[in-house]
Write a protein that binds this ligand. Structure first.
Ligand code: CA
Ligand code: CA
Ligand code: CA
Length: 469
């Protein structure tokens, strides 16, 4: 009987509606003694989701299912998706119903070729189930993530970021503790997540805006930039200095580090000695962040407006300073020694022939001192002896602004060395001898040191000069 009319007949008989999926089923009977069968054979295709086509009759002519043969059947049936298994069934018809089935393949348009290995005797009246040889495709594999088929079994693999926990399950890889991360640990920390990890920026760092390394690396935040304003440096006393991963507040000039890292404290230059004020002409005055040198009384700003020193105020006259007039008080006049009736305050010029200061004869280094009320330019000195034969022939001068540090009025000798200038004084007891100072000195205390004398150290004197203002 021709094949075609029979197929059509079977289709009309068995199909109450159109299924739309055309299955191609190849059935291979084993090469084994008495392996072929004359029985009727039914097949049921099972999808991976559990759907089944239901029982499909495979035609059985006498020539089907013979020793070593592959018979091909075309059947229209319900779509069941990926094929997971086939069930096969036979009855016990014919003279030789026993059947040793090797394998079945099945496919439909667009599907892979599903293969089901039987290699066994098929008993009558029982459905025999065989799963597809590709467990992954059949959906029977137990892999949590990825199933990889091999010839006779399968194995499981995990997606990136996971590792196998037993044969089927996957668990997260902790990239941070296992060192399998790419985080730049200087600028980021590693944070584990299920299936992956991330690299959050450390304090002081931020995400790159444009660079490819953004995932694993961060860039320094410039806290000092005027755009970010993210520093706590106090503007008045510090300047912000950016550092990689942080920043520092550096003290401005005139300030020093204090308790807080964000602000600095004033340096008291005057008490710490870090000032440049000239001690003689100025006094140091501390200011917040700096200091100023103020001119002492009697001094004024220099021509070039020096910040650190002042100059003596000037005056042009050379007038008696007050020995003779009494303007210089008795208390301002002292001496190294004196005879009882001849104290220092008796040394006023022109006060009488019998009057004078008169030092002890034993006094090896006699001197008489005049204290002036304020800084004064000393320009000339006049001396006078005492009757009948006392007078100072030569003397030296010394001066001081504080009565502590004394300077000898000097001149340069022939070797260009500074030596005390010896002034020529009196040559008789009565006449006034006035000497001019080549270089006037600005001073408050003046001492006259007699160097040589006639009969005894007795003298009267006057000072000349002026005090500014
Ligand atoms: Ca992870
Ligand atoms: Ca920084
Ligand atoms: Ca200061």
């Amino acid at each position: 009987m021709p094949l075609f009319p029979l197929l059509s007949f079977a289709f009309i008989l068995t199909c109450s509606h159109v299924y739309g999926t055309k299955y191609v089923i190849n059935v291979t009977t084993s090469r084994r003694l008495f392996s072929g069968t004359d029985a009727h054979v039914n097949i049921n295709l099972i999808g991976s989701n559990g759907a089944s086509t239901g029982s499909i009759r495979l035609h059985n002519s006498h020539r089907d299912f013979e020793f070593g043969r592959t018979d091909t059947f075309y059947r229209d049936a319900k779509y069941v998706g990926h094929l997971k298994a086939v069930k096969i069934y036979r009855n016990n018809n014919g003279a030789f119903p026993n059947w040793h089935l090797a394998r079945i393949t099945a496919s439909y348009k667009g599907s892979p070729l599903y293969t089901f290995y039987f290699n066994r005797w098929i008993a009558a009246w029982r459905w025999v189930t065989v799963y597809e040889q590709n467990e992954c495709r059949a959906g029977i594999a137990k892999c949590q993530h990825v199933c990889i088929d091999t010839k006779h079994k399968y194995y499981c693999a995990c997606r990136q970021g996971y590792k196998l926990d037993g044969p089927y399950k996957c668990q997260d890889v902790n990239e941070c503790t296992t060192g399998k991360h790419e985080c730049d640990l200087k600028s980021t920390t590693c944070s584990n997540k299920v299936g992956n990890y991330s690299c959050p920026c450390r304090n002081g760092y931020k995400r790159y805006k444009w660079y490819g390394q953004w995932r694993y690396k961060c860039e320094d935040i410039d806290e000092c930039s005027s755009e970010t304003h993210s520093n706590k440096c106090e503007k008045l006393t510090t300047t912000c200095q950016n550092k990689i991963g942080s920043y520092a507040c550096q003290c401005k000039t005139g300030y020093q580090p204090g308790q807080s890292p964000y602000k600095c404290e004033d340096v008291d230059e005057c008490t710490s000695g870090k000032h440049k004020c000239d001690n003689q002409t100025t006094s140091c005055n501390n200011l917040d962040g700096s200091y100023v040198c103020l001119c002492k009384t009697g001094y004024e700003a220099t021509q070039d407006q020096s910040l650190y020193k002042c100059q003596a105020k000037q005056c042009n006259e050379s007038v008696p300073l007050g020995m003779e007039s009494g303007q210089i008080s008795n208390q301002s006049l002292t001496a190294s020694s004196n005879y009882f009736k001849f104290p220092a305050w008796k040394a006023r010029l022109n006060s009488g022939m019998a009057k004078s200061w008169y030092a002890f004869a034993e006094d090896r280094h006699p001197w008489i001192q005049v204290g002036l009320e304020k800084l004064t330019w000393l320009k000339a000195v006049a001396t006078q002896g005492k009757m009948f034969s006392f007078f100072v022939k030569t003397y030296e001068l010394a001066y001081s602004t504080d009565e502590v540090t004394w300077f000898t009025y000097g001149e340069l000798d022939e070797n260009n060395k500074k030596v005390g200038k010896v002034f020529n004084g009196n040559t008789d007891p009565y006449k006034v001898v006035k000497v001019e100072l080549d270089k006037p000195v600005y001073t408050r205390f003046v001492r006259l040191y007699p160097q040589s004398w006639n009969d005894g150290v007795a003298l009267k004197l006057e000072l000349y000069g002026c005090s500014p203002e």
